[in-house]
Design a protein around this ligand. Structure first.
Ligand code: ZN
Ligand code: ZN
Ligand code: ZN
Length: 140
């Protein structure tokens, strides 16, 4: 699905900032930060538009947000496959050395049983460590 089709599927109006954000995330192998998306948005970027568009896309389940540490917040596209099923419940890996953030789509977050009365809204799991490029035990 391209950006226009994704927006249509989610009954959202096609606006340039939304399309550009989706395109940016779609063409990237890794989640992107605001600054990285900003570079791709060029003149379309302004802070308010960016946050408004991101908010809409988050609410619609088109993208997910990953908070890796105090300074690293990134966004990634959800797999909106057939049947309109959103899968964002996967584990993320954050490399403390090169700051790379990776969606580990195959590793699902387990469900925890909460004390009664507690309601889960979201559950983020970010594993921190060294990626394969930074791991000294792996020969490059
Ligand atoms: Zn969807
Ligand atoms: Zn690394
Ligand atoms: Zn992810």
């Amino acid at each position: 699905m391209n950006a226009a089709e994704i927006l249509k599927t989610h009954q959202l109006k096609k606006t340039s900032p939304r399309v550009t954000i989706i395109n940016a995330l779609q063409t990237s192998q890794f989640p992107l930060s605001e600054n990285e998306v900003k570079d791709k948005m060029g003149e379309l970027y302004d802070r308010i538009t960016f946050y408004r568009s991101v908010h809409t896309l988050l609410e619609a389940g088109i993208i997910h947000r990953i908070v890796a540490d105090n300074t690293t917040v990134k966004y990634a596209l959800n797999h909106c496959n057939e049947g309109h099923h959103h899968e964002a419940d996967h584990v993320h890996f954050f490399c403390e050395q090169c700051k790379a953030l990776v969606c580990l789509n195959d590793i699902k977050i387990q469900s925890y049983s909460l004390p009664s009365g507690f309601v889960k809204k979201e559950c983020d799991v970010v594993i921190k460590g060294l990626c394969t490029s930074c791991n000294p035990q792996i020969e490059q």
